[in-house]
Design a protein. Sequence first.
Length: 103
Amino acid sequence: MADRGRDPEAVERDIERTRAELARNIDELADRLNPKHVAQRGTERLKEEAGIVAQAMGSLVRPAEGEDGEPGRLDQRVVLAGVGAAVALTALVLWRRGRRRRR
């Protein structure tokens, strides 16, 4: 049964408040599902994972000691090649995972 004691203006305010809340929710969902924003989030996640892989690679690659007992210098080309390979592998895995989900 309807609440007959409610003020029609109060009911109207409730309806407007509910409408505004619904509009905000729809806008938020549209923003989350926007392909551009989805791609940006994927790119950010890929960058984060690449950074983690780069740190892991850096901790694995230790420079050899020189004749004086001091640590030697890393060959940056080798490190960059390893990081590039890790990033490429991560990108491939994420790309394949995305393709499977779309099917």
